[in-house]
Design a protein around this ligand. Structure first.
Ligand SMILES: [Fe+2]
Ligand SMILES: [Fe+2]
Length: 407
């Protein structure tokens, strides 16, 4: 394990060119070193340096810097007492649907409001969690995100196949989505070409989800029954390490962050990541917190599991290529093994089982899976756009790791 207390310099960032063929080439040096580039004017979080905290306890997340009028109004409200009246006009997001899934202001407002249901927010009264005014405002943001997702996704593709049951249709749709080999592939880039800085940025983005890995999908458990619940619990039990802390996937990810000299504090990088990264977790929280969206939640998890094993094997190779530690690679290796089993459970017993039990949810299951695929693709597009332009994909670049340790 590297020394986690000494700030170090990183290599200049190679930029990325995406050819019309979809192949990614790395053919020139960055015009602008990432550590001089800022996407946003975000203050540094007042958190301890890497290595200063090695507890598995997740403290409530400090309120982040606002990113627009809605998140500013929300953060201002949460800093006060929940009995205060709410001016709902201040919490109304006025962007257009096409921007909703990636809008920084809207996605931060959603993330902050959802976090009250997870580890909580530092200095924020728990009485805000179910404050009627705040719940009402969030319902508006959720509807805008859903409208935006439908706008982006369009109608489900129709391949002309006829199915006798909703279960067959769901499984066929999920299989088609999971086997789509869209280029350019972020996982292939990370495996073959990414610099240590880029790989570290990838981990920073993913820390927002992986440090609470499995929690958003676990909302489904009390909403399901019978064999479908059993399938969900089988998957989630592995995600939580079968009850063994060192094997919990969130804990494995924490070890990975430490190996890369990154902060492993829950929510530490909230100010660093863009709206498209927050959206990936927000939409699971949205599906999870509404029983009405249990079908979408199941579809989302199924697509997660069905598209995890191969990318994780590529991440593992990228991690090792860049000098990452063997112990830390366990996060990726575990997903390669576990998700090659989970994908079958997710397809047949979970998504297929729910479509069989509740045929009316078939469209929602597919919608949730499409949202998962969309979030993944939108994130990859964003990252490639940034790296292709020679800039950081983070709102505020971070120190990643010593060159001597990685390259
Ligand atoms: Fe996992
Ligand atoms: Fe899994």
């Amino acid at each position: 394990m590297a020394d986690t207390t000494t700030p170090t310099r990183r290599a200049a960032v190679p930029s990325v060119t995406i050819a019309p063929s979809g192949l990614v080439s790395l053919d020139r040096l960055s015009r602008t070193p990432m550590d001089r580039v800022h996407h946003g004017d975000v203050p540094l979080s007042a958190s301890p340096p890497p290595g200063a905290r090695r507890s598995s306890f997740d403290a409530p997340v400090p309120l982040p810097a606002p990113r627009g009028p809605v998140s500013a109004a929300l953060i201002d409200l949460l800093s006060g007492h929940p009995a205060a009246d709410i001016d709902l006009d201040r919490l109304r997001w006025t962007g257009c649907p096409a921007e909703a899934p990636t809008d920084d202001d809207l996605q931060l407002a959603l993330w902050v409001s959802y976090e009250q249901h997870y580890r909580g927010l530092a200095g924020v009264d728990d009485g805000w969690e179910w404050h009627p005014g705040l719940v009402s405002a969030r319902r508006g943001w959720e509807q805008q995100l859903l409208d935006g997702l439908r706008n982006e996704l369009g109608e489900p593709p129709c391949d002309g196949q006829r199915f006798s049951t909703g279960r067959e249709a769901v499984q066929a749709a999920l299989n088609t989505m999971a086997s789509a080999d869209d280029e350019p592939s972020l996982s292939k880039f990370l495996m073959r070409q990414a610099s240590s800085c880029q790989f570290g940025e990838f981990l920073v983005h993913r820390s927002i989800y992986h440090l609470k890995e499995a929690d958003p999908h676990t909302w489904a458990v009390p909403r399901l029954s019978g064999s479908v619940k059993a399938a969900m619990v089988t998957i989630q039990a592995d995600e939580y390490g079968g009850g063994a802390l060192p094997a919990m996937h969130a804990q494995l990810f924490r070890s990975l962050l430490v190996d890369w000299d990154l902060h492993d504090t829950y929510g530490y990088y909230l100010d660093h990541v863009p709206g498209v990264t927050l959206m990936a977790t927000n939409l699971i929280s949205l599906f999870g917190l509404h029983r009405r969206w249990r079908g979408a939640l199941v579809g989302h998890l199924a697509m997660f599991e069905m598209t995890s094993s191969v990318p994780n094997s590529r991440y593992a190779r990228g991690h090792r290529r860049l000098g990452g530690g063997e112990d830390a690679a366990q996060f990726f290796d575990e997903h390669v093994v576990a998700d090659s089993v989970h994908d079958q459970i997710a397809l047949h017993d979970l998504a297929g089982g729910l479509a069989l039990d509740e045929p009316a949810l078939a469209d929602d299951i597919v919608f949730g899976a499409r949202c998962a695929a969309y979030a993944d693709a939108a994130f990859a597009r964003y990252v490639f756009d940034c790296w292709g332009a020679g800039v950081s994909s983070l709102r505020r670049p971070v120190e990643v790791c010593p060159e001597s340790h990685r390259e």
